[in-house]
Design a protein around this ligand. Structure first.
Ligand code: AMP
Length: 286
């Protein structure tokens, strides 16, 4: 009888390093996540598995990127289900589910990085210290496993720029691969937080992506003031949706822009609160 191989997740990076040493590999890919996996995460794991002969998926809700304790406490977690889901996507993926002590000495604290201000704009303006926490955890994962590639989603477009800046400034060796935002049927960007919404709000939250699509259609014809006014009014009339921010910014620097210039690549960024849940999205405008 063939003994069923018991695949497990690893709580200690040392166990993974040992495994990597014994099995060997050509290209190691890392997919950092905070778990509660959805199809967006699975696309990243698929891309990593196609491009690399070894894939590590990390699942860790990183405390240092949350400035709001309630938000951290309420962040959805489903490690068992996540492990099963990853196994179905890539049965040989190495799943890293560390405890806080494998990554931080207590109390967990973010390091301070000079990221030339890219961490201070847009989302960074509204979640103070968020990207320092992100940079801390991602740098630690890079240093632990020395992946050749790491995979990130455009859903968190600013995060990609922050990580690229981190890599450049601290001369890290890893290469970054990205995927477009994966959306629910109604257009809402998939997010682990979506399960915190009731059915009606989750459906109605399609307005976020719809508004971005309208902005995309307006951008060459209307001034940015008019566009911002349209967005402000749209959410003002929707009492269940609170607009936290809307920005139009240069794609490469995230600097806010006042008017359209066809020579400059731009994106729109939005954050809306629904039932106390913060939802972010972004779109390329040209
Ligand atoms: P998170 O678990 O939210 O920290 O996300 C882990 C990774 O998945 C990050 O690189 C995210 O940008 C990416 N991701 C999250 N949601 C989506 C989505 N809807 N489409 C594509 N990538 C996503």
């Amino acid at each position: 009888m063939i003994k069923k191989l018991k695949l497990r997740n690893f709580n200690h990076s040392s166990e993974i390093l040992k495994l990597l040493k014994t099995t060997g590999y050509e290209n190691l890919g890392l997919v950092p996540t905070m778990g509660s996996l959805h199809k967006g995460h699975l696309k990243l794991i698929e891309k990593c598995s196609l491009n690399c002969d070894k894939t590590i998926v990390s699942i860790f809700v990183n405390p240092t990127q949350f400035s709001n304790k309630i938000d951290f406490a309420n962040y959805p977690q489903s490690i068992r289900k996540d492990v099963e889901t990853i196994r179905k996507t890539n049965p040989s993926a190495i799943i890293y589910t560390p405890s806080e002590s494998d990554l931080y000495t207590a109390p967990a604290k973010a390091e301070i990085f000079d990221l030339d201000g890219v961490d201070k704009l847009i989302e960074g303006k509204h979640r103070k210290g968020h990207f320092q926490g992100v940079a801390t955890i991602v740098k630690r994962l890079f240093e632990k496993f020395s992946p050749d590639y790491a995979f990130f989603g455009e859903k968190d477009y600013q995060q990609i720029l922050v990580i690229k800046k981190l890599i450049k400034k601290y001369k890290l060796k890893v290469k970054i691969e990205t995927i477009p935002t994966v959306r629910e049927k109604n257009g809402l960007a998939m997010s682990s937080r979506n399960i915190l919404l009731d059915k009606e709000s989750r459906f109605d939250a399609k307005i976020i992506y719809e508004s971005l699509c309208i902005v995309k259609r307006m951008v060459t014809k209307s001034g940015f003031d008019k566009i911002k006014d349209f967005i402000n009014k749209l959410f003002l009339f929707n009492e269940h949706f609170n607009l936290e921010y809307f920005y139009i910014a240069e794609s490469c620097s995230l600097k806010e822009l006042e008017s359209f210039n066809p020579k400059i690549k731009i994106r729109a960024f939005i954050c809306v609160k629904v039932q106390g849940v913060r939802l972010i999205d972004n779109i390329a405008l040209n």
